[in-house]
Design a protein around this ligand. Structure first.
Ligand SMILES: Cc1cc2nc3c(=O)[nH]c(=O)nc-3n(C[C@H](O)[C@H](O)[C@H](O)COP(=O)(O)OP(=O)(O)OC[C@H]3O[C@@H](n4cnc5c(N)ncnc54)[C@H](O)[C@@H]3O)c2cc1C
Length: 375
C-alpha cells in the first residue's frame, strides 16, 4: 500500500501529538508552524499546565485524560524526562461543588482517587491557605502538572527522530474551483500538496479556515502571573502544596513551584477577544492588581510577593468550550483539530489519536467533537 502523505499545520500540543502518532503509524508527515513548536504566541507556549480528572458530567474527558496519562507517561519513559509532576490537585468550592460531584462515577471508573476533606482537615494539612469561604474541599491524588512547553518540544523531537519533517513557515490554505482545498501556500514561496491536511492552528483555526471554523472560534486574552515565594520557604512550592482550582468565589487556579519559576496564579474568567498574531503581551495593570489581591487573600504568606514573570496567552474557545476534531463535510482531505478552550493541553495525546485515526481513514468523526453541533 502506498504511504499516505499528510500535512499537519500547527506544532502546538495538538498538532505535535497528531503528527508524531501519524509518523509512528507509517505516514509521511510534514509538520509546519509559523514560529516553531510551543512558540511564545501559541496556547501551548507556557511553562506548565494542570492535568486532572474531574470534568463535571463530561465523562468522555475523564476517559480521555486517563488515556492521555498513559501516553504522557510513555513519552516520559522514552525521553528519560520528568514531564509530569504528580503533586495532586486541590479543588475548593463554596456551596456548589457539582463540578466534582457530577464526575464521581467517572473518576471511580477511570481510576482517579479522590479524597473529600473537611475544611478543618484541609486547614490542618495546608495551613498556608486561607480557607475563608470554602465549604467543600477535594484532593484529587492522580493529578498534577505537565511541563507544557518542554513536553511539546519533546514530542516534536520524537516526531523528527521518527522521520517526520518539521518546517517553519506560515501556511495559507489555497482553494480551487468548487471551494475544495487546492494546495498549501507557504510563506517561503513554496507550496505543499498532501493526501490529508490536518489543521491544528489553535487560536488561529478560525482565521485559517474562515468559512468552516471562523464563526465558532473566539481567542480570548488570558493572563498568568508568577510570583516569588519567600527565600528558603517550601510552603509555596510543589513539595508542600498541590495544584489548586479555587471555585469558592470566582474562578482562580494556580500551580506552585513551576521548576523554580515562581507561584503561578491565573483567573479563569474569559478576557476580551484578541488577534493572537498582533496582540502585545505586556501584562495588564488591572489584571495584575487583581491577581496580587487574590494571592494575598488566599495565600496570606505570599502577600506583597514580587512578580517574577508573566505570560499573556489566549484560550481558543468554541461556543460550548468543547473540542473540535472533525473532517470537512465537503472535502474529506481537510481535518480540523482544536478548541482546547482553556482545558485541552492534558488531553492532547488522546486528541492526537482521534485526529490521526481520522486522517488515516480508520475512524469517522465523533459527533461530540463535530463542528455541525454548533448549527
Ligand atoms: C492561560 C492558559 C492556561 C491553560 N491551562 C490549562 C491547564 O491547566 N490544563 C490544560 O489541560 N489546558 C490548559 N490550557 C489550554 C491548553 O493550553 C490549550 O488548549 C492547548 O495548548 C491548545 O493547543 P493547540 O495545539 O490547539 O494550539 P497552539 O498551542 O496555539 O498551537 C497552534 C500552532 O499553530 C501555529 N499556526 C497557527 N496558524 C498557522 C499558520 N497559518 N501557518 C503555520 N502555523 C500556524 C501556531 O504558530 C501555533 O504554534 C490553558 C491555556 C491557557 C492560554
Amino acid at each position: 500500500m502506498q504511504r499516505k502523505e499528510i500535512a499537519v499545520i500547527g506544532a502546538g500540543v495538538f498538532g505535535a501529538w497528531t503528527a508524531w502518532l501519524l509518523a509512528r503509524a507509517g505516514a509521511k508527515v510534514t509538520l509546519v508552524d509559523a514560529w516553531g513548536p510551543s512558540n511564545s504566541r501559541s496556547s501551548s507556549g507556557d511553562e506548565s499546565r494542570i492535568i486532572r480528572g474531574a470534568y463535571g458530567p463530561k465523562g468522555h474527558y475523564v476517559r480521555m485524560t486517563d488515556r492521555s496519562f498513559g501516553l504522557w507517561e510513555e513519552l516520559e519513559a522514552a525521553a528519560s524526562l520528568r514531564l509530569i509532576r504528580r503533586i495532586g490537585a486541590l479543588w475548593l468550592f463554596g456551596d456548589d461543588d457539582a463540578f466534582v460531584r457530577d464526575s464521581l462515577g467517572f473518576l471511580r471508573q477511570w481510576n482517579f482517587p479522590l479524597a473529600r476533606l473537611t475544611p478543618a482537615e484541609a486547614a490542618a494539612r495546608f495551613p498556608q491557605v486561607n480557607w475563608q469561604g470554602v465549604r467543600t474541599v477535594y484532593l484529587e491524588e492522580r493529578a498534577g502538572w505537565l511541563l507544557a512547553r518542554r513536553a511539546v518540544q519533546e514530542v516534536v523531537a520524537r516526531f523528527t527522530a521518527a522521520g517526520g519533517e518539521l518546517r517553519i513557515a506560515r501556511v495559507e490554505a489555497r482553494r480551487g474551483a468548487g471551494g475544495r482545498l487546492d494546495e498549501l501556500r507557504l510563506s517561503d514561496g513554496s507550496s505543499l500538496r498532501a493526501d490529508r491536511y490536518v489543521f491544528a492552528c489553535g487560536p488561529w483555526l478560525g482565521a485559517v479556515l474562515p468559512d468552516w471554523i471562523g464563526p465558532w472560534m473566539r481567542p480570548t486574552r488570558q493572563e498568568v502571573f508568577y510570583f516569588g515565594p519567600p527565600p528558603g520557604e517550601p510552603a509555596y512550592t510543589d513539595t508542600a502544596l498541590p495544584a489548586w482550582l479555587d471555585n469558592a468565589d470566582g474562578s482562580w487556579y494556580g500551580i506552585p513551584g513551576n521548576e523554580h519559576r515562581g507561584f503561578k496564579i491565573s483567573c479563569n474568567d474569559l478576557g476580551e477577544v484578541i488577534d493572537p498574531t498582533k496582540v502585545d503581551r505586556a501584562p495588564d495593570p488591572g489584571r495584575l492588581a487583581r491577581a496580587r489581591d487574590r494571592l494575598a487573600y488566599r495565600f496570606p504568606g505570599m502577600a506583597g510577593a514580587p512578580l517574577l514573570e508573566s505570560r499573556t496567552c489566549q484560550y481558543e474557545n468554541t461556543p460550548d468550550r468543547d473540542l473540535i476534531i472533525d473532517r470537512h463535510p465537503d472535502d474529506e482531505r481537510v481535518l480540523a483539530v482544536g478548541g482546547g478552550s482553556g482545558h485541552g493541553f492534558k488531553l492532547a495525546p488522546a486528541v492526537g489519536e482521534l485526529a490521526a485515526a481520522l486522517a488515516l481513514d480508520r475512524a469517522t468523526p465523533d459527533p461530540l467533537f463535530q463542528v455541525s453541533r454548533f448549527r
